[in-house]
Design a protein around this ligand. Sequence first.
Ligand code: TMP
Ligand code: ASP
Length: 237
Amino acid sequence: MTQRDQLYEGKAKKVFLTDDPELLIVHYKDDATAFNGLKKGQIAGKGVINNKMSNRLMMLLEKEGIPTHFVREINDRDTIVKKVSIVPLEVIIRNIAAGSFSKRYGVAEGVVFDSPTIEFSYKNDELGDPLINDYHALALKIASEADIAQIKKYAFLVNEKLKAFWKECGVTLVDFKLEFGKTSDGTIVLADEISPDTCRLWDSKTGEKLDKDRFRRDLGGVEEAYEEIMKRLSAHI
Ligand code: TMP
Ligand code: ASP
């Protein structure tokens, strides 16, 4: 496997072509942004943690029958993944009110829902990732009805599996964002990453935030939170 030209640089990752047209290499950076890139910073060691955590969680999900882009970790910060065309939807599942849900609907953070919610944002930085519904996604030709149904099914299944896993680690899965992609044969697979950047993870006993909200909200102890959550995960997988 030989790394070739850089295909893309995102806020937290770089993506490289390889000599295999079906495979890419993802490189995880320590760069952190919030509020659509307005707040910028670094979280030392984040790239290593997010790479390893995302890979282990994707392996766990694969075992549970959810297809992912994960192929093989090559080192601390680099992973081989299947080349997919990303469906430009941010798929957000929530178990507990927090973040933009609390703000938008005037609900206190921490209110537990009877059943999880799902929402979609149109992945478009210039537009600020606006919220959209299924009908908008169809009108914008972002995805077909069948794609959307499959994505919803996988997203709720991911939630059940991750909620149970994090519970074993003494962590409450509050909410998270997923992205899906299509492989060359049209199969929908889970892509991007699953990490403290993309999930809200609260200590089950104390409610302490062990995720990127510490960076977003200037709470301090950012690196320590990433290390703590990685330690908890490592003790269980
Ligand atoms: P929100 O409450 O700000 O809408 O965030 C919901 C979840 O999605 C939370 O776990 C953080 C994650 N998220 C991302 O992964 N990327 C983003 O750009 C945003 C805004 C949220
Ligand atoms: N990825 C987002 C950004 O900078 C931030 C976030 O995770 O809140 O745009």
